[in-house]
Design a protein around this ligand. Structure first.
Ligand code: F3S
Length: 434
């Protein structure tokens, strides 16, 4: 089955000497390692996150609630600090703000996200109650790194499970992860040792030269998507940019891992493993040079902004989930105003409470906008039925909300946050690439 070299404790886990769920978890990890071509497993010393019980492991290696109850009764704990990703797969209900969202669950085809019974069911509290006993912190976000206050440090091995977050772990924090956050990896504290866990794979191979100084949030978003499309699975070294802030890193990560599969990159002088271009490449010449100029940026913006009309039915802000500074900035723009069309403002459940304490929730509510958390339209599988034209400021959301999920094509107005807020106040799109 596998050519993975297992240590003694791993063999015992695989043979079921430590319990049935442990055996299932180790079987899953070794099969994953075998598929990935890993020759051994790494003991994790960082943090982990994973989605719902259903994506904990595959159905083939899943376990029942009763088995989990039994495991918890033995005092079993996650081996590493473990956080919950978005609320459960298949029914990605918002944790807060779901009331009145007027949205059908497209996965079941009959339930509504604003039905209290469906919301309670969709939160899978039966599983999460037990996961909490095992030490999980149920933060329910794709952007846990914005919230949890406990981040892995440079060189630590992690098991994260979110495409937009994985580059944050690797490139921004200098910790190491593949997309391998799961019940199995977090519970056993082990993961296949391949790709981003290995130093040699983390050096840049592609040099990206930007001809325009990348500095605004939207420039980072568009630039990230363009780089991702060209770089694919390579590790790029980005030059010709300003120094990104936290919002911009989030946007860049989400966009690069949507346009392509960039899970690690370097910005010399900004990311920790690249004090210089030479260090980013480990002294080896780039295999390829990508130049991104005005033409490429504008073409990418226009590709993402495939609107059919200027009328907007709904505005969405919050992909990845908004950080507290973004919430403060949006509150400043909406204070004392009234939106004309539905507006969803999405953050993490923990920041929802902070926003409430700081008075932003009241500002949003008074303006007629909706503060929500823990999910997004793409994760919910679409939009309310009345939405035929949608405005957002995220390349990732613009990409996922169209062909991937919606039954009918949606007209997407993509642009910067001010353009989206203008659309919220007027119902009309006036954004453009600037
Ligand atoms: Fe998060 Fe949804 Fe974007 S899960 S990264 S807000 S597509």
């Amino acid at each position: 089955m596998t050519n993975v070299e297992l240590k003694d404790d791993e063999k015992r886990l695989l043979q079921g000497e430590m319990g049935e769920i442990q055996r299932l978890a180790m079987t899953w990890i070794t099969e994953m390692a075998s598929i990935a071509g890993a020759e051994e497993l790494i003991d994790l010393d960082g943090t982990g996150d994973f989605h719902s019980p259903q994506t904990t492991m595959t159905l083939r290696y899943g376990f029942t609630l009763e088995q989990l109850e039994e495991l918890v009764s033995t005092g079993a704990k996650f081996k590493i600090p473990t956080f919950a990703n978005k609320s459960p797969f298949n029914e990605m209900s918002p944790v807060h703000g779901w009331e009145g969202c007027d949205m059908l669950c497209r996965y079941t085809g009959k339930d509504r996200f604003d039905d209290p019974k469906f919301h309670d069911y969709a939160m899978h509290e039966d599983f999460y109650r037990l996961f909490r006993k095992m030490g999980m912190m149920t933060s329910h976000s794709c952007a846990n790194y914005l919230t949890v206050g406990f981040l892995p440090t440079i060189g630590q091995h992690c098991a994260w499970n979110e495409s937009s977050a994985v580059p944050y772990c690797n490139a921004v924090l200098g910790a190491r992860t593949n997309i391998d956050g799961s019940f199995a990896t977090c519970f056993l504290g082990k993961a296949p040792y391949y790709d981003m866990h290995i130093t040699e794979n983390r050096y840049a191979t592609v040099l990206v030269k930007s001809e325009r100084l990348i500095q605004s949030d939207t420039e980072w978003d568009v630039f990230g998507f363009a780089v991702g499309e060209d770089a694919g699975v390579a590790v790029p070294c980005l030059t010709g940019t300003a120094r990104p802030n936290t919002t911009q890193f989030s946007k860049l990560n989400a966009a690069m891992n949507t346009g392509g599969a960039v899970r690690m990159y370097h910005i010399p002088g900004s990311t920790p493993e690249a004090p210089s271009i030479e260090a980013a490449f480990n002294g080896i010449a780039p295999k390829r040079v990508i130049t991104i100029g005005e033409r490429e940026l504008k073409a990418t913006y226009e590709k993402l902004n495939y609107r059919a009309a200027d009328k907007v039915d709904m505005v969405y802000l919050g992909c990845p989930h908004l950080n507290i500074v973004e919430l403060m900035q949006i509150a400043g723009k909406l204070e004392g105003k009234r939106v004309k069309i539905p507006v969803w403002i999405m953050t993490t459940p923990w920041l929802y409470d902070v926003a409430k304490n700081l008075g932003y929730l009241k500002i949003f509510t008074d303006a007629g906008a909706k503060l929500m958390d823990g999910t997004c339209p793409a994760a919910m599988g679409g939009l309310p039925d009345y939405v035929k034209s949608f405005a957002c400021d995220s390349a990732k959301q613009a990409y996922y909300i169209t062909g991937c999920y919606a039954d009918d094509p949606i007209s997407v107005c993509y642009g910067n946050r001010d353009d989206c807020i203008d659309a919220a106040l007027t119902g009309v799109w006036r954004g453009e690439w600037r």
